[in-house]
Design a protein around this ligand. Structure first.
Ligand code: GDP
Ligand code: GDP
Length: 455
């Protein structure tokens, strides 16, 4: 009650939608300059309600609360395609693939005045393969004259091209009506917005660390027949595995089982697959090849998990190959390169021999419990009061900002908002974050501390 009263006053988003249905997710896909941003603005109107702090929304994807004809949905703009000197076409297609996988329906935007390009054709292939509902928008049809050009897009085989002008609003209503016809009322895509069902685990890590070996080892224990799991939709890319008396949903296992052929740009591709898996999951187990030096690529995967706000377990694999010396150096590498996730539970395993693989489940459970943890406002403030009394914020320029009070605004991951009378230095914020961890645990989850200055 107390939480709510505080937050209503300050208008901070509160994580209370736990029991509400999950709004369907619509992705806007298309080449740069076809008019995606213009269309987003048209759909959401002037409200500009960016849902930026929803976990899973990464830098190059922005989610908005949208509504059409009284039907709410989440609109994801895949905006900033990474333009690369060589093969922009490839990258657009690859980024589109992630966005498509995380969506319930797709608005595919093409510039009718340009017509179909090779990049468009590549995206069309992805869309067909995904079998997701698609509404094809032929944009920049500002007048009747260009409508003919829109008609040429029938050749995509994606059904009717809807001639629209995002700029002037021409035709967008009809196109959105068409979207509602194919859009489910609730999201079927696992991810940031979905709750309930078996908990979702991603096995991630750079190539050859042992993901597929571990998956086989785990699945070997007990594969669950999907039809017997209540409340699950059949998803061929996920596997349900029973471990420690519980059913777990391992997401995107198809990506692990299918050996991706290594071509140019394979690293980038692998990183997008990893991103998708992480965003679908609630907890990520990052595998690291203990025998090999910890590489930048390992650190990058760990960072992706933290940035996505998912809980984290580190699995040091191939432990059977280590000698005394390597073990020594590994510990040093961990201290050097992985200090920023010193809070993550760790298991030293061998997917090959099965060594300590059973320790993964308790580690995952700890991480998820922390991810879900909510600290009552009373306890939080009593604790902060003590901390601040012992270590007040340093005086700067004759002023000392005071911590007024704090509250946990959300879980999954835990997010704290501290209200202060003035600017709180980065170092002090880090100090508070450290003390929060010492006091309340949060083993296995990133936490976020933000400060609101109050006059
Ligand atoms: P994005 O890169 O796909 O997000 O494209 P933008 O929304 O930034 O639009 C690229 C350019 O196309 C801008 O100059 C827009 O004003 C223009 N544009 C967008 N929609 C239309 C349209 O319906 N008609 C015309 N004539 N121009 C448009
Ligand atoms: P992925 O690319 O991450 O899926 O890695 P794989 O599971 O395909 O493993 C890559 C290679 O490492 C294979 O030759 C595996 O047999 C080997 N491997 C995986 N786990 C272990 C382990 O725990 N110990 C040893 N010695 N080899 C392993």
């Amino acid at each position: 009650e107390e939480d709510r009263a505080l937050l209503d006053v300050d208008g901070i988003g509160f994580d209370e939608q736990e029991s509400e249905p999950v709004h369907p997710v619509v992705a806007i896909i298309g080449r740069p300059n076809v008019g995606k941003s213009t269309l987003v603005n048209r759909i959401i109107g002037r409200r500009e309600a960016v849902v930026e702090d929803v976990p899973g929304v990464t830098r190059d994807r922005v989610a908005y609360d949208a509504e059409w004809s009284g039907r709410p949905f989440t609109l994801v703009d895949t905006g900033g395609w990474e333009v690369d000197a060589q093969g922009i076409h490839l990258r657009v297609a690859e980024q589109a693939e992630v966005a498509i996988e995380l969506a319930d329906a797709v608005l595919f935007v093409v510039d009718a005045t340009v017509g179909a390009t090779d990049t468009d054709e590549a995206v069309v292939k992805l869309l067909r393969r995904s079998k997701k509902p698609v509404v094809l928008l032929a944009n920049k049809v500002d007048d009747q004259r260009t409508e003919l050009e829109a008609a040429s897009l029938w050749s995509f085989g994606l059904g009717q091209p809807w001639p629209v002008s995002a700029l002037h609003g021409r035709g967008t209503g009809d196109a959105l009506d068409a979207l509602l016809e194919v859009l489910p009322r609730e999201s079927a895509v696992p991810g940031a917005y979905q709750r309930g069902g078996p908990r979702r685990v991603a096995l991630v890590g750079r190539p050859n660390v042992g993901k597929s070996s571990l998956l086989n080892k785990l699945a070997g224990e007990e594969r669950v027949v999907v039809d017997n799991v209540a409340g699950t939709t059949r998803d061929p890319v996920d596997e349900y595995i029973e471990l420690g008396g519980k059913t777990w949903r391992f997401v995107d296992t198809a990506g692990i089982r299918r050996r991706v052929h290594m071509t140019r740009g394979a690293d980038f591709y692998a990183s997008l697959r990893t991103q998708t898996a992480i965003e679908k999951a609630e907890v990520a187990v990052v595998l690291i090849d203990s025998e090999d030096n910890i590489a930048e690529a390992d650190v990058r995967v760990v960072q992706q998990v933290v940035d996505a706000g998912r809980s984290l377990v580190l699995a040091f694999n191939k432990w059977d190959l280590l000698d005394e010396e390597r073990r020594h150096y590994l510990e040093r590498e961990i201290e050097r390169d992985l200090a920023f996730v010193a809070w993550a539970p760790r298991a030293n395993i061998s997917a090959l021999t099965g060594r300590h693989v059973e320790r993964l489940v308790p580690a995952i459970e700890v991480a998820l419990d922390s991810w879900d943890q909510r600290v009552p406002t009373g306890r939080l403030n009593a604790f902060l009061g003590e901390v601040v009394a012992g270590h007040p914020h340093p005086v700067r320029g004759g002023k000392q900002p005071r911590i007024l009070f704090a509250t946990q605004a959300s879980t999954r991951p835990p997010r704290f908002v501290i209200f202060a009378s003035g600017f709180i230095e980065h170092g002090y914020r880090r100090f508070l974050e450290r003390r929060l961890r010492e006091q309340f645990g949060f083993e296995g989850t990133p936490i976020e501390v933000s400060v609101r200055v109050r006059e």
